[in-house]
Design a protein around this ligand. Structure first.
Ligand SMILES: *Cc1c(COP(=O)(O)O)cnc(C)c1O
Length: 400
């Protein structure tokens, strides 16, 4: 707090824009950390929320149930590939990852497999800020190297991008697989760890190695889910199904906090027992909050006509074209685009607070992360606002 500039006071949002207290309008290049995929204040989501708040804002989900949650669970199961059919709701991404980790641990215990108490995760990954999720983030680049030693160390590996790293991961699993309950990965692109993409073959390799070594595979689609990479879920681009997938961020179209951990049938069946001790004991207070579920159902309505895919392609092309000249910028090592994600990577970390202020002076809201200046705008951002975003990046990079 002491070293960063004071935050900008926002009084309203509209479409792809933030309206500041002093009347300025900034084009939002981040869609509020990737949540507001349809733009802000979408009338369909707002209408659904108004209706729900008058009927039932919240009830506990222990021993009680409601239609918004059942409807959402059914729709997610239908949209997700294969038998990813069993939905557990929570309130934040980190908690969904914690639940997925807990499910994986207890899956092994319930099947009578002992000793699988560790996780395998990958360099460059990000899975949340709570204590357990911190242990599966990138140990160096992540925000949490400070806390090394507080929690049990997990097994961290390189993504199997080539035959050598694939053989190394296979060998690591042969040696330590008996300790590992599950491996976690953000499919197609590692987000908060630096917007680092990998080819779909990597996910097929992970599926093969997970099966070979009896380890569950968890895809964390909290960033990639709901169209961001160009397919509704990143796993679809690879044709690979994990055992558990986590969802959040764009789930409610950027209106309310909600997350889900969705398991395949065989995972669910390990908990389906006459022995109460086999149950998954977890119950966040606001689990399946009806308002959040209503917002998510309304957001899914907006995905139904398929217009999002054309919009993601349009945003993708605008980002690729608009950012390409940044390659010539000083200190720039890469410019890349995947779906509605545009990235300019520098050789060293950038001064975040200074750059935010420069971007705001140019009429845009962009908050870099580590070595990357990136754009993840709402899919509905108009062309002229997209060019304002890319032009601001070119000016700050010094190529315009
Ligand atoms: C944001 C994010 C999380 C954490 O979600 P929170 O809602 O901030 O707890 C976990 N995994 C990935 C891939 C994310 O992008």
């Amino acid at each position: 707090m002491k070293t960063a500039r004071p935050p900008l006071p926002v009084v309203a949002t509209r479409g792809a824009r933030l309206i500041l207290e002093d009347g300025r309008e900034l084009v939002d290049g981040l869609a509020s950390w990737w949540t507001a995929c349809h733009g802000y204040n979408h009338p369909h989501i707002a209408g659904a929320l108004r209706k729900q708040i008058e009927t039932m804002p919240h009830v506990m989900f222990g021993g009680l149930a409601h239609e918004p949650a059942y409807r959402l669970a059914k729709r997610l199961a239908r949209l997700l590939p294969g038998d990813l059919d069993h939905v557990f709701f929570a309130e934040s991404g980190s908690v969904a990852v914690e639940i997925a980790m807990k499910m994986a641990l207890q899956y092994q215990i319930n099947r009578g497999v002992g000793g699988r108490t560790r996780f395998l995760a990958f360099r460059g990954g990000y899975h949340g800020d709570t204590l357990a999720t911190m242990t599966v983030c990138d140990p160096e680049e992540g925000m949490h190297s400070l806390f090394a030693g507080v929690m049990p160390a997990q097994v961290i590996a390189d993504l199997p991008r080539d035959p050598a790293s694939e053989a190394a991961l296979d060998a690591l699993l042969a040696a330590r697989g008996h300790e590992i309950a599950a491996m976690l990965v953000e499919p197609l692109i590692q987000g908060a760890g630096g917007m680092l993409p990998h080819p779909p073959e990597v996910l097929r390799t992970l599926r093969r190695l997970a099966d070979k070594h009896g380890v569950l595979l968890i895809f964390d689609e909290i960033f990639t889910g709901f169209g961001r990479t160009g397919s509704l879920f990143a796993m679809q681009a690879a044709g690979v199904e994990p055992d558990i997938v986590t969802l959040s961020k764009a789930l409610t179209g950027g209106t309310l906090p909600l997350s889900a951990a969705v398991a395949r049938r065989h995972v669910f069946e390990a908990f389906w027992s006459d022995d109460p001790a086999a149950a998954l004991m977890h119950g966040p207070t606001y689990m399946a909050n009806p308002l959040a579920c209503a917002a998510a159902n309304a957001s899914l309505d907006l995905f139904e006509d398929g217009a999002w895919a054309r919009d993601v392609a349009r945003v993708s092309a605008a980002l690729a074209e608009g950012l390409e000249p940044c390659r010539a910028g000083e200190g720039v090592v890469d410019v890349r685009t995947l779906g509605a994600i545009g990235v300019v990577e520098f050789e060293a970390p950038v001064p975040v607070s200074d750059l935010c202020a420069r971007f705001a002076a140019l009429g845009v809201w962009i908050r870099p992360m580590g070595k990357v200046v990136y754009l993840t705008p709402a899919f509905t951002t108009p062309d002229e606002d997209l060019s304002r975003l890319t032009s601001a990046v070119r000016q700050v990079v010094g190529v315009d």
